[in-house]
Design a protein around this ligand. Structure first.
Ligand SMILES: C[S@@+](CC[C@H](N)C(=O)[O-])C[C@H]1O[C@@H](n2cnc3c(N)ncnc32)[C@H](O)[C@@H]1O
Ligand SMILES: [Zn+2]
Ligand SMILES: [Zn+2]
Ligand SMILES: [Zn+2]
Ligand SMILES: [Zn+2]
Ligand SMILES: [Zn+2]
Ligand SMILES: [Zn+2]
Length: 460
């Protein structure tokens, strides 16, 4: 099975045991398609796409010399050693009194008294009290200019909404996968009196300085890999033990570049561990709240048909996300869930209303279309029904009789770009099903129905 990213696909294989390791766990197997129709398979880092952050590369068919194999083995050992060193350091840090605590914002780490000189030119914060430590995501500089971490942090209203939803679902244990602010909210005093517990799984090593091992596991959600020694995985497995009065849910907000099939496979693995711990044969699913952009709906639902998209617009504090056009219609991020949408009440104070036909809550801009039999808006604008296309379309589109579909007003007739097969450009299939796979072929433009667009003949 292959999942799509521009000219490179990731190949999902069940057997990861034989894969080479980089310092971020087992690598992923990728396949690159070239213009001439050939392909090449190679292993590369599953967490970092930026080769500056991790330059691991190994062709699948590469024969390895013994010395190279040893060097690879060392990578894992070195990573384990670095983890142990950091653990020791954190132990020392936790013993420091608030007044002696200095945090280097530039480096994202607390400074031990003997290390002060090394950070003299950096941005630092002194006298870090216990309250500040309880809100680490506010102390750290969000790594939001970085594709890998893509740290967009929930606003207060979204945090509160999520916690309310979890409480209404009578959840008492929350596995926060790449959702540090939800973990932080649960851990902080604010909701100390509720019965909520949480465990954070995140790639960001900085949290290791704040939370003890039973509250944080450094984890790569693209290969379900726990860094460090075995403690981390044991903490995770124990956390997933559920009893009648302790129901568990996952809250996850992965970087948006994450591949749906890879993430789905991770959530399936987490669910499998949870199922193993349960002493019942009752076939239930582990509830998941997965925050992801609305335009990924088709991919998610194709991959996980039991999931649906809620209309709640997820709000973030660092709004770098809402640039350009998107800003006009608000946040593009929604919640995908395997919980019945009728059970998740969206705030009426923000204009959400219950659609008895869809049996779910819809946004104030969303209108139930009798023809489509659903509340059709996806992007935060009111859609209108096109009787010729027989579906609701974005308000920016009008029906073009020449093209036979609704198009943007300033479109060039006959040119439907994107979304099709990367090899030949045909819109009726994806690359993995392309009959031209392996043959040299030039891309053409294709119509929605799969027929090629004929080039206009110009007369002099
Ligand atoms: C879009 S942010 C979500 C933050 C969330 N909105 C919050 O406020 O809690 C993505 C999160 O996933 C983490 N992350 C990025 N890549 C990851 C990976 N491969 N495995 C696990 N966590 C990852 C980042 O460190 C960050 O905390
Ligand atoms: Zn790596
Ligand atoms: Zn520093
Ligand atoms: Zn409706
Ligand atoms: Zn409609
Ligand atoms: Zn139309
Ligand atoms: Zn047209």
């Amino acid at each position: 099975m292959a999942a799509n990213i521009s000219d490179v696909d990731v190949v999902l294989e069940e057997n990861v045991v034989d894969r080479p390791f980089c310092s971020h766990g087992p690598t992923s197997l990728f396949v690159r398609y070239t213009e001439d129709g050939n392909s090449q398979q190679f292993y590369a880092c599953s967490a970092f796409r930026d080769r500056k952050a991790c330059n691991f590369f190994q062709r699948k068919d590469e024969k390895f010399s013994e010395s190279k194999r040893m060097a690879r083995e060392n990578i894992k050992d070195e990573a384990d050693q670095a983890y142990k060193k950091l653990k020791k350091r954190c132990h020392k840090l936790r013993k420091l009194k608030a007044k002696a605590r200095v945090f280097c914002v530039t480096c994202g780490q607390f400074i031990l008294p003997e290390e002060k000189d090394e950070h003299s030119q950096h941005e630092t914060k002194s006298s870090i009290d216990d309250d500040t430590i309880k809100k680490p995501s506010r102390l750290f500089k969000p790594l939001d200019n970085n594709k890998t971490y893509a740290q967009y942090l929930f606003s207060e209203s979204t945090i509160q909404f999520t916690i309310d939803v979890l409480k209404k679902m009578e959840i008492s244990k929350v596995l926060c996968v790449g959702a540090p602010r939800i973990h932080e909210a649960i851990q902080s005093d604010r909701i100390k009196h509720s019965k909520l517990e949480s465990l954070l799984l995140d790639l960001d090593y900085r949290y290791q300085q704040i939370y003890p091992p039973e509250k944080f596991c450094r984890y790569n959600m693209f290969n379900h890999y726990f860094f460090s020694d075995t403690t981390s995985e044991t903490v995770f497995t124990n956390f997933l033990i559920e009893s009648d009065d302790k129901r568990i849910a996952i809250v996850t907000d992965p970087p948006f570049g994450g591949l749906v099939q890879v993430l789905a496979s991770t959530f399936k693995k987490i669910t499998a561990t949870w199922k193993k711990q349960r002493d019942t044969i009752e076939d239930k699913e582990l509830p998941v709240l997965w925050f992801f952009p609305y335009f990924m709906e088709k991919r998610i639902v194709d991959c996980l048909p039991q999931y649906s998209m809620l209309d709640y617009k997820v709000d973030y504090d660092n709004h770098a996300l809402f640039r350009g056009d998107v800003k006009k219609h608000g946040s593009p991020v929604r919640i995908f869930t395997n919980v019945s949408p009728s059970q998740i009440e969206l705030p009426s104070s923000e204009g959400y209303w219950y659609c008895s036909e869809c049996k779910r809550y819809s946004g104030p801009e969303n209108v139930h279309c009798q023809m489509c039999d659903s509340c059709t808006s996806k992007d935060g604008r009111t859609y209108s029904h096109c009787f010729k296309c027989e579906r609701c379309v974005k308000p920016s589109k009008v029906h073009c009789d020449k093209c036979g579909i609704c198009q943007l007003q300033d479109h060039k007739c006959g040119q439907i770009k994107g979304k099709g097969c990367h090899i030949c450009g045909n819109l009726s299939h994806k690359r993995k099903d392309c009959p031209n796979k392996g043959k040299p072929i030039k891309r053409k433009n294709f119509k929605q129905d799969g027929r090629p667009v004929k080039k206009k003949k110009f007369s002099k």
